[in-house]
Design a protein around this ligand. Structure first.
Ligand SMILES: [Zn+2]
Length: 107
C-alpha cells in the first residue's frame, strides 16, 4: 500500500489508484473498491471505538454527521477541514399531522 491509509483497488487484477481520484473502474474495466490499510489505521488511531462513541450525538462539524462521525474509517486521508457535509446520517424524525391520520406520525 502507499503512504496513504486508503487506495482504490481493482476487484479483479488488484491494481491500485489514489483514493483521491474520481474513478470508478480500473484500466482493465472492472470495478474498484476502497481498501484501507487496517493495521496502519489501528496503529495510528488505537482508540477508534472510544473516539466514535464520543462523537455520537455531536453537534460539531463534521462529526454531527452519522457518516463523518466515522471519519477515520470512511476516508482517513481527507483532512476534516476538507469534508463537505449536509450533515447526512442521523436523520431526525419529524411529526406530520397528515401522515398520523393513517398511522404514520413521524417521517
Ligand atoms: Zn483491474
Amino acid at each position: 500500500m502507499s503512504e496513504k491509509f486508503s487506495v482504490l483497488r481493482c476487484i479483479r487484477c488488484g491494481a491500485t489508484y489514489e483514493a483521491s481520484e474520481v474513478r470508478y473502474r480500473c484500466d482493465c474495466g472492472d470495478l474498484l473498491e476502497v481498501a484501507h490499510d487496517l493495521e496502519r489505521l489501528r496503529a495510528a488511531f488505537p482508540n477508534l471505538r472510544e473516539r466514535f462513541a464520543a462523537r455520537a450525538g455531536s453537534t460539531q462539524f463534521p462529526y454531527a454527521s452519522g457518516v463523518w462521525r466515522f471519519h477515520e474509517m470512511i476516508m482517513p486521508d481527507l483532512p476534516a477541514a476538507d469534508i463537505v457535509s449536509k450533515p447526512e446520517g442521523n436523520t431526525n424524525l419529524y411529526r406530520t399531522d397528515k401522515l398520523s391520520q393513517i398511522g404514520r406520525a413521524h417521517v
